[in-house]
Design a protein around this ligand. Structure first.
Ligand code: M6R
Length: 609
């Protein structure tokens, strides 16, 4: 989703703005632009498409100026054209914005009545005109922004610069993340960005605006105000983003690198929650008492939702706690009935997903204890939670989530053990057995990764398909859903997942000899049931790709391909079967030549509804 950056420096900032935007590319975007101030005058360059197009533009028409703002736009209102690209300008006011101004239509007609002429179809342009109108009423830039913010409804992180003010930038946050970076002798100046990763080359001293805050920046520092316009201090922390390597290493894509990182990041996550010596889990930092908890509600989006579905199976079966699981965008509007004294768990890689955050706020109002599993510790979801369970996946840059997903599964599995122990559902011996099965996971995943070339070959046939069906039962059902989502996202092939038992209730009508059917079937207690459904597919000519630790013979029918996974404890099968579905999607997309890391229309961090 859109990314914003801003720099008040001591030398020309255009190049640094583009570099900062490059670090936000992973969020997904379809146009980009920057505006700078030089000797009091505003100038901007914008381009449709990737940042390369903007760089080409800047090479031909460079921008001077030691102060500037930049933006990567993920289109919401209006097509991804150069005209709609940010920054937007009105009478010497230039704005970049991440989020959605929900009341932009009424604001727009009001501004048009006052003679403001709109150039774009965007919601953002109203912000520039609103501020310009306040300036015309002889207000200072600070007063103009402060008073305009009061008219805006919706979610935003925005930055504004003003013609004639070479040492002033104003930012504001409501809903969307906003980081402030404090420069030092090496990189003098002040910085703003959608996250600390964007600011990492310049500074690791970072402060985050809270919801409703706005900030006045000069080259010397930042003055922050809260939503009541009272001056307020926000703590400055040392961001780890500089230490985090954000490159592809020897891999062709971030997604490939992130798939291969899984044994390491799962080990790292495990060591955070497991005492290896004692073979037990350690959740001593949690304030939630699961012993008396009536139920747990989980809400999340996309891949994180599928992790939640696996979590439900794990926590109900091994933790003995009833779990509700919802897609966050549904949860937030269906006004769910919450149990008194209950708890809600939110799973999110970014920790910024708008629907998950809104669901969290609903649960807070319902007096639920809030728990979250996030990959970004400074994120909004983390900061709103009573207890945070970090995934230690490191930055995930590929839009298609891979290592964050398996780290979420890892935390959920360890949590299920903790809950089971607190509720007396499992004893010490069972805890040791389950912990040992988790500790095996990184090695088992490495074994699956060794099949990569084989999966690459199999993917050639998938890349010819128009539609693909995924089947699974039990914990393999959410893995089938995750596999279908991965394939759709990066190869643009239509894919659907069904619980294998649902097949005969409709989807079996789709099966013919052109339909690849990926069956996720570890040899667990549901294996025979899944095999029966697979035979129904085979009888109708479906092209079966069998992902299983069972032998080819045990399938009892013709298989187009067999992807062998290692034998493992049933507690951890979801962690192992997740890998081949990731690799199948990855190689299919590679064969199709799509933009694997930044697939069309998608954003990494979905900060709008
Ligand atoms: O940051 P989050 O985990 O909250 O994001 C949720 C989804 O937007 C995300 O998982 C999305 O579905 C991914 N692109 C899946 O690969």
């Amino acid at each position: 989703m859109c990314g914003i950056v801003g720099i008040i420096g001591t030398s020309p900032v255009a190049g640094d703005l583009v570099d900062a935007l490059k670090r936000l590319e992973y969020r997904g975007y379809d146009s980009a632009g920057i505006a700078t101030l030089h000797e009091g005058k505003l100038a901007r360059r914008r381009a449709k498409g990737k940042l390369k197009a903007l760089e080409t533009r800047l090479n031909g028409e460079p921008l001077a100026g030691n102060l500037g703002i930049g933006h990567t736009r993920w289109a919401t209102h209006g097509k991804p054209t150069e005209v709609n690209a940010h920054p937007h300008i009105s009478d010497g006011v230039s704005v970049v914005h991440n989020g959605i101004i929900e009341n932009f239509k009424s604001l727009r007609s009001d501004l048009e009545k006052d003679g403001f002429v709109f150039e774009t179809e965007t919601d953002t342009e109203v912000i520039a005109h609103l501020i310009a109108r306040e300036l015309k009423a002889n207000k200072s830039p600070q007063e103009a922004v402060r008073d305009s913010l009061g008219s805006l409804e919706g979610a935003f992180a925005l930055a504004v610069i003003f013609e004639g003010h070479d040492d002033l930038m104003i930012g504001a946050r409501r809903g969307s993340p906003f980081a402030i970076g404090f420069g030092d002798e090496d990189s003098p100046g002040m910085y703003i960005g959608s996250d600390a990763i964007a600011l990492a080359p310049f500074t690791n001293k970072v402060s985050y605006l809270e919801d409703g805050d706005w900030v006045v920046l000069t080259g010397q520092g930042a003055t922050i105000y809260n939503e009541k316009n009272e001056e307020i201090e926000r703590s400055i922390s040392t961001s780890m983003a500089q230490a985090l390597v954000v490159d592809k290493g020897n891999h062709r894509h971030f997604m490939a690198k992130e798939i291969h990182e899984q044994p390491d990041v799962i080990s790292r996550t495990l060591s955070h929650y497991i005492d290896l010596g004692k073979e037990c889990v350690d959740f001593s930092s949690l304030s939630i008492d699961f012993k008396t908890l009536p139920r747990l509600s989980i809400a999340a989006c996309g891949t994180a939702y599928y992790a939640g579905v696996v979590g439900k199976y794990l926590i109900e079966q091994w933790g003995g706690l009833p779990v509700d699981i919802d897609i966050a965008s549904e949860f937030r509007y269906r006004e769910p009935l919450m149990s008194e004294g209950g708890a809600a768990l939110f799973i999110s890689q970014s920790g910024e997903t708008a629907d998950s955050l809104a669901s969290l706020k609903y649960c807070k109002q319902q007096n639920q204890k809030i728990l979250s599993i996030v990959n970004v510790n400074e994120s909004s979801i983390a900061r709103e939670s009573d207890d945070v369970l970090p995934t230690l996946a490191g930055p995930e840059i590929g839009v298609a989530s891979t290592k964050a997903f398996t780290c979420q599964l890892t935390v959920l599995a360890a949590l299920a053990i903790h809950i089971g122990r607190q509720r007396g559902v499992i004893d010490e011996a069972k805890e040791s057995e389950l912990v040992r099965s988790l500790v095996e996971v990184p090695r088992l995943i490495s074994e699956v990764l060794a099949y990569e070339e084989e999966i690459d070959r199999i993917s050639h046939s998938l890349s010819q398909a128009r539609d693909v069906l995924y089947l699974g039962r039990g914990m393999s059902f959410p893995i089938a859903m995750e596999g279908a989502l991965k394939l759709k996202e990066i190869s643009y092939i239509h894919a659907e997942a069904y619980a294998a038992g649902e097949l005969k209730h409709g989807p079996i009508a789709l099966i013919d000899e052109n339909m690849p059917v990926i069956v996720v079937a570890p040899e667990d207690r549901l294996f025979d049931k899944t095999i029966s459904n697979m035979q129904e597919v085979a009888a109708r000519g479906g092209q079966i790709i069998f992902i299983s630790d069972a032998t080819r013979e045990s399938a009892g029918c013709d298989l187009a391909h067999h992807i062998v996974i290692p034998k493992c404890h049933e507690f951890v099968t979801a962690l192992i079967t997740a890998i081949p579905v990731q690799l199948l999607a990855y190689y299919t997309a590679v064969h199709m030549g799509t933009d694997v890391d930044q697939p069309r229309n998608l954003a990494k961090s979905v900060t709008v509804e």
